[in-house]
Design a protein around this ligand. Sequence first.
Ligand SMILES: CC(C)(COP(=O)(O)OP(=O)(O)OC[C@H]1O[C@@H](n2cnc3c(N)ncnc32)[C@H](O)[C@@H]1OP(=O)(O)O)[C@@H](O)C(=O)NCCC(=O)NCCS
Length: 158
Amino acid sequence: MSNSDFSHEEKYTKIGPLDMPLLEGVSRIEREAFADEGLGPGNLALLARCGSVFALTNAGSVTAEAIVIAELGGAKALLLSLAVDARLRGRGRGKRLLMEILAHISAAGFKQIELTVAPDNKAAISLYVDRLGFVIRERLTDHFGPGHHRLLLEKQLS
Ligand SMILES: CC(C)(COP(=O)(O)OP(=O)(O)OC[C@H]1O[C@@H](n2cnc3c(N)ncnc32)[C@H](O)[C@@H]1OP(=O)(O)O)[C@@H](O)C(=O)NCCC(=O)NCCS
């Protein structure tokens, strides 16, 4: 399938902490993408309270998800997670979801967003750097344990 198959009718939504059906959909994508490190519905409910859980949905099913947290009173947001249903990748959803989030948090007053990514995650790095203008700020050696390096990326919001 090509990019033209992507449906722009999918709904961008911020999920509330009590919306268990959608949080379970987010958790399914988390675990598919990140295995044991994928978040369960309980932790997602907490994150929906103290941060923001965003999704694209199609007829009530989650097709892409992202989590944003921020320091109390700060102007910097952290993208904690971003993943697209594995069957639906490469058709614009990751880019659309992140663009919606950048506009949303910029309108909410945040001035900067940062994230970390594995140095070998070519798809994600291309999305962040080539398509959405993030810059690589620093290489974080052993950040997730010995041999598990990360790149710290950031983007200024207007
Ligand atoms: C990274 C991810 C969210 C991208 O979402 P997606 O819907 O597949 O990506 P999109 O179709 O929106 O593509 C947007 C851009 O990302 C990059 N990209 C996406 N898939 C790619 C691939 N397989 N190889 C290289 N670049 C790729 C391209 O720059 C693409 O722009 P283009 O279509 O104009 O070339 C998705 O691949 C995913 O869920 N991966 C697993 C979880 C993950 O690694 N999350 C990031 C954690 S930091």
